[in-house]
Design a binder for this molecule. Structure first.
Ligand code: ZN
Length: 182
């Protein structure tokens, strides 16, 4: 029979929740953990440009992406993968096997107007984005991770979907990353 957890031996675990928030965001925006199909960030940019949207929100615990118009089959497959497989697996690896969170969301906001092209690589455009992941634990405390980076996107596809002329910069936007407990 499992030993009942006390508040004392339970507490230190909460510090790792920001690592879960970070791991989810980092994995979602990188290609590492999704092997099937296309890269979800590119799929999202394409769909968002078509639908004239620049932000989205994923309710991780229910695997729901809003706005609804972005839910193509491929995007839904990717969201399900990250929310129903990757997130529980990563939570379990960090000691939260039963995923006991009140809330978990990821917001993604693209800054299409400030897309820029590097002079070094004429084939791609850098699309700045802000990705904020927030997990509320079972005590109501929020843990978050914020990524401010830029997605490397095909300039050809960009041109076919938007009239926005990318700004040409030498180095492109500088990424920064922030994790915090509140
Ligand atoms: Zn982080």
């Amino acid at each position: 029979m499992a030993e009942k957890r006390t508040a004392t031996n339970h507490r230190p675990k909460y510090k790792v929740i920001k690592s879960i928030a970070h791991g989810f965001a980092q994995s979602f925006v990188s290609m590492e953990n999704f092997e099937e199909g296309e890269y979800v960030m590119d799929l999202l940019i394409i769909e968002m440009l078509k639908q004239d949207k620049d932000s989205l929100k994923i309710d991780i615990l229910s695997a729901r992406l809003a706005p609804k118009c972005l839910n193509s089959n491929e995007i839904t497959t990717a969201v399900n993968h990250y929310c129903r497989k990757f997130f529980p697996r990563m939570s379990a690896a960090h000691g939260f096997a039963d995923c006991p969170f009140e809330n978990a969301t990821m917001s993604l906001q693209f800054d299409f107007l400030n897309a820029s092209a590097c002079s070094a690589d004429a084939q791609t455009v850098l699309v700045p984005y802000r990705c904020q992941t927030e997990i509320m634990d079972d005590r109501g405390q929020t843990h978050n991770c914020c990524l401010n980076e830029a997605e490397v996107f095909s300039l050809t596809v960009w041109r076919s979907l938007t009239k926005i002329t990318p700004k040409y910069t030498g180095s492109g936007p500088r990424p920064y990353h922030q994790c915090e407990n509140r």
